[in-house]
Ligand binder design. Structure first.
Ligand code: AMP
Length: 351
């Protein structure tokens, strides 16, 4: 390749990959994106772009041999592929972690095994299983695998809702519906020497199960702040996690904290760290994966991030930005109605 920079391979080419590439540039690290999507936006930000079917063994192996370090930007890569790559070059975070959190059932069992609360849930394969777990209604039926942004989810209020057949097919969990007061997330980066760098909790608002806004500071008590931090530390420690991960939480009207899910990667709610902190979640991820120094975090400003979804992107592309506004266009080829097309972060003074 004719360059002496460290080479970081990133599997997946969406906006998270783009922002990782951007952060890598600042650290003088060369990036190669591996994706199966010819339109992947990260091709605009990486140094090298490999587009191939993940089942193309020789291309995938070539990619693994070309890199010094390898990570991924979305968690739904087939485990076997990650395992195959990690036989050639270590993948961080460890693909075994992916296997646990990729499946909602094993993810929740893992969290509960640490003595940490999740919503109540049951494994569901048939309509009869729902009948047996009626006490979880009203609830949300979620596919165990491959669901995100509300995809693969269906609200079930009463048994009447599933008279004939289950609305979806495969393995599911049925989750009891929590009356949500707030939702927060904690972004944490764990380094190879076991040190952690942890951002303050971020308050998130979802609409139709898609993240709309993320704000710091979260409007929560010191107690919940500390609880959320402690849980994120315990989880990352237990997983021996390397890199940036996100723990998403629900808070109910009794101020009880539940872990909703773990994202073994940089996360949408952490985009505001790019402008509000000295080191972003993306830079921290790369620092951890490539074994660079852990720089103490400093908050520069409070902030709010708004996701720009679907056709709304056209308005932002024309918008005249104020000094405290930072607009990110993911440069996606096609506008789709529920697609995250960009985001805008507004810095808010600390007073
Ligand atoms: P998920 O894909 O499981 O993270 O769900 C996306 C969003 O749907 C969450 O951030 C919540 O706003 C909402 N949601 C999911 N599960 C529940 C639940 N058990 N109770 C209440 N709201 C939920």
């Amino acid at each position: 390749m004719g360059n002496m920079k460290p080479i970081l391979g990133i599997i997946g080419g969406g906006q998270l990959g783009s922002m990782l590439c951007h952060a890598a540039k600042k650290l003088d690290i060369y990036t190669i994106i591996l994706t199966d999507d010819p339109d992947a936006p990260a091709q605009n930000f990486c140094n090298d772009f490999i587009c191939t079917n993940y089942s193309n063994k020789s291309e995938v192996e070539k990619f693994a041999h070309s890199c010094n370090f390898i990570t991924f930007e979305f968690e739904n890569i087939p485990f076997e592929i990650l395992q195959e790559i990690s036989n050639i070059k270590q993948v961080r975070p460890d693909p075994k972690i992916n296997k646990i959190v990729q499946n909602r059932f094993s993810e929740k069992n893992f969290i509960n095994s640490l003595g940490i609360s999740t919503t109540e849930f049951a494994f569901i394969k048939t309509k009869n299983d729902i009948e047996k777990n009626k006490e979880l209604l009203p609830g949300i039926l979620k596919t165990c695998l491959l669901g995100y942004d509300g995809k693969g989810q269906s609200v079930i209020n009463t048994m009447e809702d599933i008279k004939k057949e289950l609305p979806l097919s495969g393995d599911f969990i049925l989750e009891k519906f929590v009356n949500l007061k707030q939702e927060i997330s904690v972004i944490i980066t764990r380094f190879q020497n076991g040190e952690c760098s942890i951002y303050e909790p971020i308050e998130n608002i979802h609409k139709e199960q898609i993240l709309r806004s993320s704000t710091i500071p979260a409007n929560i008590s010191k107690e919940l702040f500390n609880q959320a931090h402690n849980i994120a530390k315990i989880i990352s420690e237990k997983l021996q996690y390397i890199g940036t991960m996100c723990v998403e939480y629900f808070i109910d009207y009794n101020n009880k904290l539940y872990v909703n899910e773990i994202a073994p990667r940089v996360h949408n709610s952490g985009h505001l760290t790019i402008n509000a902190f000295n080191v972003s979640q993306f830079e921290n991820h790369i620092r951890a994966v490539c074994n660079l120094d852990n720089i103490p975090l400093q908050k520069k400003s409070n902030a709010q991030m708004i996701n720009i979804i679907g056709a709304d992107i056209a308005n932002y592309r024309k918008k005249k930005l104020k000094n405290e506004e930072f607009f990110f266009d993911y440069m996606k080829k096609e506008i789709k109605s529920k697609r995250k097309m960009g985001h805008i972060t507004t810095l808010i003074s600390k007073q």
